[in-house]
Design a protein around this ligand. Structure first.
Ligand code: HEM
Ligand SMILES: [Ca+2]
Ligand SMILES: [Ca+2]
Length: 296
């Protein structure tokens, strides 16, 4: 139902318009590419790719931004606002915020050296959001392999697609609060690496909770397969990361990706397209928001 040329006559300048804002955001701060990619994941896993994540809370509306996986963690909403402003200037009232997230995720991957793909478009924006959906559907970093598989399966994504997608952790940062237990308590971790990460993440919660460490210790701003190489050497930052290479059914896939970047690239692209297909609003459902932060 979605199609890459959905806006080709209604908004011919859409792609360059989005790309130039993403480009300037990433040149000011390289991490922003990671943050923007993550927004698409956190949107699609809650009521599908419908822009629900972008709605602000108000006194009478509870959105998703303050759900556990998002609060104090997701970022980049100001960049989405800039993109929306630029897109509205080029083609007023035409392009959904949900589609902007999909294109922005692709552009971020490309600008950090990853593969490209044709983004399917035609999603419309929700008038609702679900805080409980965000809490329930987005897997926490404490997840076991079987929990990861079941959260992705609930969205129609296979274990194989889950492993390909989590390779997105080749870029970006995580907070101490999310990797503390793994670097202090787990045994499936390289001891030297664990010590290094402990040095900037105090063992008890408190003032160090928001200290950051790279999800990929080697190349945190390059979209490459080092993430999988790290897993093979037991240097995954999150408990959930290491779970995909901890002796279970996904070990061989991680090994393959660690030695064959092209296999991962093509699997990642296919899985991103599939994630982007999760229950979109089309036709007359939903709306084209004027401002991504609120319903019309
Ligand atoms: C497999 C299950 C997943 C779990 C348990 C998980 C968990 C996490 C956690 C805990 C963080 C750090 C958040 C913080 O400390 O504030 C994070 C960051 C990130 N995640 Fe995931 N994630 C998963 C899958 C994905 C997927 C499928 C994508 C995209 C396709 C993705 C993209 C990212 C990116 C790019 C970052 C870094 C964001 C930044 O630096 O701002 N993750 N993830
Ligand atoms: Ca959503
Ligand atoms: Ca990397």
């Amino acid at each position: 139902q979605l199609t890459p040329n959905f806006y080709s006559s209604s908004c011919p300048k859409l792609f360059p318009t989005i790309k130039s804002v993403v480009q300037s955001a990433i040149s000011s701060e390289k991490r922003m590419g990671a943050s923007l990619l993550r927004l698409f994941f956190h949107d699609c896993f809650v009521n599908g790719c419908d822009g629900s994540l972008l709605l602000d809370d108000t006194s009478s509306f509870t959105g998703e931004k303050n759900a556990n996986p998002n609060k104090g963690s997701v970022r980049g909403f100001d960049v989405i606002d800039k993109i929306k402003t630029a897109v509205e200037q080029a083609c007023p009232g035409v392009v959904s915020c949900a589609d902007i997230l999909a294109v922005t995720a692709r552009d971020s991957v490309v600008l950090l050296g990853g593969p490209t793909w044709n983004v399917k478009l035609g999603r419309r924006d929700s008038r609702t959001a679900s805080q409980s959906g965000a809490n329930n559907n987005i897997p926490p970093p404490t997840s076991s392999l079987s929990n990861l598989i079941s959260k992705f399966s609930a969205q129609g994504l296979s274990a194989k697609e889950m492993v390909a997608l989590v390779g997105a952790h080749t870029i970006g940062q995580a907070r101490c609060t999310n990797f503390r237990a793994h670097v202090y308590n787990d045994t499936d971790i390289d001891a030297t690496f664990a010590k290094t990460r402990q040095s900037n993440c105090p063992s008890t919660s408190g003032s160090g909770d928001n200290n950051l460490a790279p999800l990929d210790l080697q190349t945190p701003v390059a979209f490459d397969n080092n993430y999988f190489k790290n897993l093979v050497s037991k240097k995954g930052l999150l408990h959930s990361d290491q779970q995909v290479f901890s002796g279970g059914s996904t070990n061989s896939q991680v090994s393959t990706y660690s030695t064959s970047p092209s296999t991962w690239s093509s699997d990642f692209v296919a899985a991103m397209i599939k994630m982007g297909d999760i229950s979109p609003l089309t036709g007359k459902s939903g709306e084209i928001r004027k401002n991504c932060r609120k319903t019309n």
